[in-house]
Design a protein around this ligand. Structure first.
Ligand SMILES: *Cc1c(COP(=O)(O)O)cnc(C)c1O
Length: 324
C-alpha cells in the first residue's frame, strides 16, 4: 500500500492548480506515437514531447508556476537563479512574461549560445569563475543587496507542482497507463509526475531513469537516505546532479516504484532513433526515458507506456557529432 501523500511537499491539488495557472501560457505539447517503436518493443508507447515546450524543455512549467505566485514585493525585487542550463531559460522567459526582473548566475565558461539565449529573454546574466568563486555567496549577495528571491531548479514545491502538469496532459490524452518512464536529475519532474500518476492512473507503475554514471537516486532509494556523489561524467548534462532534493526524495521514496539507469551509448542510440524515425531533435537528458523503453532496460512488452521526452536543447553541431 502506498501511504497518503499528505505529508509530502506536494499533492495532486497543487499540480492541478499549476495546470490551471499554465493554461494558455505553456504549450500543450503533443503526445507522439511510432509504429516502428511499438513493433520493436512489443509495447504501445506514448511519447510526451516536452522538446516542443516553450524554451525547449519542461523547465518552463515549474519556473512559471513559481514566479506566478510571487507576492507584489517579490515581483518588484525580482528573481534570481543559478543555472547554465534549461532552468535558467525557464526562469528568464517566465520573468519576462510576468514583468519580473531576473538575474541568472552562470559560470563564465558557459556556452555562448546559452548566455545569449538567457539574455535574449531579457535576463541579466551574472558570470562567475567556477574555479575561484562561490556561487552561493554571489546568490546571498544578490538576495541581500536587491532582495531577490532565489528559485532552485527542482527542490521547491511550486517547481515540482509545475513540472507535474506535463503528466496531467499526458494522462488526459492517453487515459490510464501501465507504466510511466520519466528522466531524473534532481527529481522535480519525476516527483510531480508521480503525484499525478497516483491520482489519475493509480495502477500505473512509475519508474525514474538516471544516467548510469550518476545513479545517486538509485542508491539513495535502496539505502533510504540521500546519497551525494561527485558530478557524474555523462552526456546527459541535465541530469548531472550530485544529489536528489530534500523535498523531491520523500515523494520518490513513497510514490516511485523503481529507478533504472542507462548508459551514454544507449542515449545516443535513442537520439538516433528519434531523429531518424520520429524526426525530432532531442537532447541527451531528454532521451533517458526513451532509451530505457527502447533498449530493454525496462520490460515494456504488452504494456501501455508513457515516455517523457524532457527537452530538445542541444547545440546542433554537437548533436551531429553524437550521431556521426
Ligand atoms: C532539468 C532537466 C531534467 C532533470 O529534471 P529534474 O527535475 O532535475 O529531475 C531532465 N531533462 C531535461 C531536458 C532537463 O532540463
Amino acid at each position: 500500500m502506498r501511504s497518503p501523500t499528505k505529508a509530502l511537499a506536494i499533492e495532486y491539488a497543487d499540480v492541478a492548480a499549476a495546470h490551471a495557472r499554465l493554461q494558455g501560457v505553456a504549450h500543450r505539447t503533443p503526445v507522439h506515437t511510432s509504429q516502428t517503436a511499438n513493433a520493436l518493443t512489443g509495447a504501445q508507447l506514448f511519447f510526451k514531447c516536452e522538446n516542443f515546450q516553450r524554451m525547449g524543455a519542461f523547465k518552463f512549467r515549474g519556473a512559471y508556476n513559481a514566479l506566478a505566485q510571487f507576492t507584489p514585493e517579490q515581483r518588484k525585487s525580482g528573481v534570481c537563479a543559478f543555472s547554465s542550463g534549461n532552468h535558467a531559460q525557464g526562469v528568464a522567459l517566465s520573468a519576462q512574461l510576468l514583468g519580473i526582473p531576473a538575474a541568472i548566475v552562470m559560470p563564465l565558461d558557459s556556452p555562448a549560445v546559452k548566455m545569449t539565449a538567457t539574455r535574449g529573454y531579457g535576463a541579466e546574466v551574472i558570470t562567475y569563475d567556477r574555479y575561484t568563486q562561490d556561487r552561493e555567496a554571489i546568490g546571498r549577495q544578490l538576495a541581500q543587496e536587491r532582495g531577490m528571491t532565489l528559485i532552485p531548479p527542482y527542490d521547491h514545491a511550486h517547481v515540482m507542482a509545475g513540472q507535474g502538469t506535463a503528466a496531467i496532459e499526458l494522462f488526459e490524452d492517453t487515459g490510464p497507463l501501465d507504466l510511466l518512464l520519466v528522466c531524473l536529475g534532481g527529481g522535480g519532474l519525476l516527483s510531480g509526475c508521480a503525484v499525478v500518476a497516483q491520482q489519475l492512473s493509480p495502477d500505473c507503475r512509475v519508474i525514474g531513469v538516471e544516467p548510469e554514471a550518476g545513479n545517486d537516486v538509485q542508491q539513495s532509494k535502496q539505502l533510504g537516505h540521500i546519497v551525494k556523489i561527485d558530478t557524474p561524467r555523462t552526456i546527459a548534462d541535465g541530469a548531472q546532479t550530485q544529489q536528489v532534493g530534500q523535498l523531491t526524495f520523500p515523494v520518490i521514496q513513497t510514490l516511485v516504484d523503481d529507478i533504472v539507469t542507462v548508459s551514454d551509448a544507449q542515449l545516443v542510440e535513442a537520439m538516433r532513433f528519434t531523429a531518424a524515425r520520429m524526426k525530432m531533435v532531442i537532447e541527451p537528458t531528454g532521451a533517458l526515458a526513451m532509451a530505457a523503453a527502447m533498449q530493454g532496460v525496462v520490460d515494456v512488452r504488452g504494456k501501455r507506456v508513457g515516455v517523457l521526452i524532457s527537452g530538445g536543447n542541444i547545440d546542433i553541431a554537437q548533436f551531429a557529432k553524437y550521431l556521426a
